[in-house]
Design a protein around this ligand. Structure first.
Ligand SMILES: Cc1ncc(COP(=O)(O)O)c(CN[C@@H](CN)CCC(=O)O)c1O
Length: 432
């Protein structure tokens, strides 16, 4: 059957103008659709599981603003709470009780986090935690993993995963060689590669940072042995273990990926979900380490809008909704059905595919698999992914515009949405 005709005239006009105003026409690279081709869809509004573009088209949205929209876009309860707060002002630049409320909710849910500092993005949380690892240990080197992305601070743009890899730039221009030199890169799910780095840099490694479930090379799950091994290695080497839970936090489980796998990091970074769609990042962990942070301790870190009452309000309401009975069971049920349906549809039409989900985070690769690390993910047929992405847009399904990104569901996605998506995938796999 011929694909439905998708009218995107207004999107094209707006994006054309944007390209004269914003680098690449966007304020974040992945939004430009460069790795899937075709022009991006310009959103007019979002609600629940759906996004609506400026040409009046409606899509089931599996990006959800890259994670924050876990209780559904423009959730009525979140909006009500924000409307009430806005009357009291959007930013104080002074202490506010709401910061204590969200901090207590985070600390209650994540036992390894005894103290937390709010910032305004995941990048800010990760660059702060890097400085904290170094301040706490007095060491300078850090170990990260190929294909993991921790925001765009200089030290992390060394074989970063999201964005940089999608744009095919393994190292970003502008990152000083001296800075990059202090970042060691290992292979995900490969404990030997980490041991080698520790051995080659004896006593110099401040810490190890990783995505405890990778979302920035596509969806890649760690083995429990890998996480357990990292935990033991860091303890033995006197290095700090940091889980970057900006994407996995409060999505993989109520207590984050660290609860799901039963492994306890020393520090955790968070973002996305805890802002409920407003700008929030956070880093936290053992009091002994967090007490290094100014003004309690000597490590400086600050932010004008850190902990602002609007962002705290959205985060508080979002975590409240997620704490209701059955929330995570629901995310697991609909997301497992979605990814199983997509993979069955692919196989029915002879397409190689591998993938999976944990709770409301999922992903798939167009290759035989299994995919244990970024190097494995590079086998994926990205040209096929691009065709699939565009064809699914024509069917009214909005997927992450890169093979090297994960997908996200929400409490607003229904069985009907999932069934419609699987039916669309079946039609598309028959013709791509
Ligand atoms: C594990 C992890 N750590 C840190 C970050 C950076 O967070 P932000 O600075 O974008 O809030 C992210 C941001 N994720 C990307 C999605 N690949 C955000 C989308 C974008 O870059 O536009 C992340 O996934």
């Amino acid at each position: 059957a011929a694909p439905p005709k998708l009218i995107t005239k207004r999107s094209e006009e707006i994006f054309k103008e944007a390209q004269e105003l914003l680098p690449g026409g966007v304020n974040s690279p992945v939004r430009a659709f460069r790795s899937v081709g075709g022009g991006p869809i310009v959103f007019d509004r979002v609600k629940g599981a759906y996004c609506y573009d400026v040409d009046g088209n409606k899509y089931v949205d599996y990006v959800g603003s890259w994670g924050p929209a876990i209780v559904g876009h423009a959730n009525d309860e979140v909006n009500e709470a924000l409307k009430a707060q806005i009357e009291k002002g959007t930013s104080f630049g002074a202490p506010c009780a709401l910061e204590n409320v969200l901090a207590k909710m985070v600390i209650d849910r994540v036992p390894s986090v005894e103290m937390v500092r709010f910032v305004s993005s995941g990048t800010e949380a990760c660059l702060s935690v890097l400085r904290l690892m170094r301040a706490y240990t007095g060491r300078e080197k850090v170990i990260k993993f190929t294909g993991c992305y921790h925001g765009h601070a200089d030290s992390f743009l060394v074989k970063a995963g999201s964005g940089v890899i999608t744009l095919g730039l393994p190292d970003s221009p502008g990152v000083p060689k001296s800075t990059a030199a202090a970042t060691l890169t290992a292979t995900y799910n490969d404990l030997e590669s980490v041991k080698e780095l520790f051995a080659a840099n004896k006593g110099e490694v401040a810490g190890v940072i990783l995505e405890p479930v990778v979302g920035n090379s596509g969806f890649i799950v760690p083995t429990k042995e890998f996480l357990q091994g990292l935990r033991e290695l860091c303890t033995a080497e006197g290095a700090v273990l940091c889980f970057d839970e900006v994407m996995t936090g409060f999505r993989i489980a109520k207590g984050c990926a660290q609860e799901h796998f039963g492994i306890t990091p020393d520090l955790t970074t968070m973002g996305k979900v805890i802002g409920g769609g407003l700008p929030v990042g956070a880093y936290g962990g053992k009091k002994e380490i967090m007490k290094m942070v100014a003004p309690a301790g000597p490590m400086y870190q600050a932010g004008t809008l850190s902990g602002n009452p609007m962002a705290m309000t959205a985060g508080i309401k979002t975590l409240e909704i997620l704490a209701r009975p059955g929330a995570y069971e629901y995310l697991e049920k609909i997301t497992a059905r979605l990814i199983d349906g997509i993979m069955s549809a692919a196989r029915e039409h002879g397409h190689e595919i591998t993938g999976g989900n944990i709770s409301g985070m999922f992903g798939f690769f167009f290759c035989k698999g299994p995919v244990h690390c970024f190097e494995d993910a590079m086998a994926a047929d990205t040209a096929k992914f691009a065709r699939f992405h565009r064809a699914m847009l024509e069917e009214g399904v909005y997927l992450a515009p890169s093979q090297f990104e994960a997908g996200f569901t929400s409490l607003a996605h229904t069985d009907e949405d999932v069934d419609a998506t699987i039916a669309a995938a079946r039609r598309v796999f028959a013709r791509i």
